[in-house]
Design a protein around this ligand. Structure first.
Ligand code: NDP
Ligand code: DGY
Length: 330
């Protein structure tokens, strides 16, 4: 139902996002939209100023939604809609205390993120970045039997940390490469998704020691923070490869650097780091056996459009007091 002008809900959109989502908000007739219409992150002071009195907030994973922000927003704030599936940037205790509803964007980004994770795995295991560099810098002299060899997926064991939506989608995409065994770990066995790829539930330590490729696709929580540390790397095979498309802080990067430089593990591919962006002089960027991407898991045009639309629809449903297409259960 349309509200009259003076009843319009105040909505703040914290970034330039695919226009489809913004159009939905603007055409809804129930809200007036203010937007930080730039590609770069909104300065914190501006965000705190703009959320004051807002009824709805459309945000990204770059905005920390904590007590300070919620206090700055004040009691009008009824709904937060994040254009992400990850929600570790939201202080859920504080949000719940205030009775604020949260929308997020699962499923629509699963395929794109799984695809990128496979691309990163192949780029890392078959040393694509090094190979391209050699072509450009004249290092390519002849076809050499021992040059730029890597590790293949055929007959390998792949360990997945977090067989959730994205973890399963990664396994499904890797299966046709001839993977012999899938192992997975999590807080409890997940028989239904596991059956789709014949994955075996094992403790983290077993996954670490038996896998040729380890893929991190878990959510970031206090339990997963720093999960991949020196003890974890010590258990990995020297020929094993670590791929992270979850959140940077699941990996202890100092320990990873040690593991990569001492030959404890073969290579790593990271779509996520701490911090983001990773400073250009960061030690990991000096390593040939470490491929770092700038958090592009969900970066296809169609996926980002779908995320923007879903986030807008979540926000509108929240403002109307209706069920959201994707509401986070708290
Ligand atoms: P899901 O909720 O479907 O999956 C999360 C998985 O994490 C579950 O399988 C869960 O398993 C597992 N998990 C939680 N706690 C632990 C733990 N202590 N140890 C091991 N596993 C654990 O989410 P999605 O698959 O949709 O997304 C996963 C994450 O991927 C997001 O939270 C986000 O951080 C990241 N992501 C990154 C993107 C990128 O651009 N690189 C894009 C999209 C998402 P269980 O419940 O059985 O413990
Ligand atoms: C998410 O949605 O959590 C990703 O990290 C970005 O798409």
């Amino acid at each position: 139902m349309k509200r009259s002008q003076h009843q319009l809900a105040k909505v703040y959109v914290s970034r330039r996002v695919p226009q489809e989502g913004v159009n939905l908000l603007q055409d809804s007739g129930i809200c007036e939209v203010t937007q930080w219409d730039f590609d770069e992150t909104v300065p914190r002071s501006e965000l705190l100023k703009q959320v004051a009195g807002a009824h709805g907030l459309f945000c990204l994973l770059t905005e920390k939604i904590d007590k300070e922000l919620l206090d700055a927003a004040g009691p009008n704030l009824k709904v937060i809609s994040t254009m992400s599936v990850g929600h570790d940037h939201l202080s859920l205790d504080e949000i719940k205390k205030r009775g604020i509803r949260v929308g997020y964007t699962p499923d629509v980004l699963t395929a794109a993120t799984a695809e990128l994770t496979v691309a990163l795995l192949l780029a890392t295991s078959r040393r694509l970045m090094e190979a391209v560099e050699e072509v450009k810098n004249g290092g390519w002299s002849a076809w050499k039997p021992l040059w730029l060899c890597g590790f293949g997926l055929q007959e390998s064991t792949v360990g997945i940390v977090g067989l959730g939506r994205i973890g399963l989608a990664i396994a499904e995409r890797l299966k046709p490469f001839g993977v012999k065994r899938f192992l997975y770990t999590g807080r409890q066995p997940r028989p239904e998704p596991a059956a789709k790829v014949q994955a075996e539930y094992v403790p983290l330590n077993t996954l670490a020691s038996q896998s040729d490729f380890i893929i991190l696709s878990c959510s970031f929580t206090p339990d997963t923070q720093g999960m991949c540390n020196k003890d974890f790397f010590a258990k990995m095979k020297k020929t094993a490869i670590l791929i992270n498309s979850s959140r940077g802080a699941v990996v202890n990067q100092e320990d990873l650097y040690q593991a990569l430089t001492t030959g404890q593990i073969a290579a790593a591919g990271m779509d996520v780091t701490v911090p983001e962006p990773l400073p250009t002089n960061h030690p990991l960027l000096s390593l040939k056996n470490c491929v770092v991407l700038p958090h592009i898991g969900s970066a296809t045009y169609a996926t980002r459009n779908a995320m923007s639309v879903l986030a807008a629809n979540n926000l509108l449903a929240g403002l109307k007091g209706e069920p959201m297409p994707s509401e986070l259960k708290m």
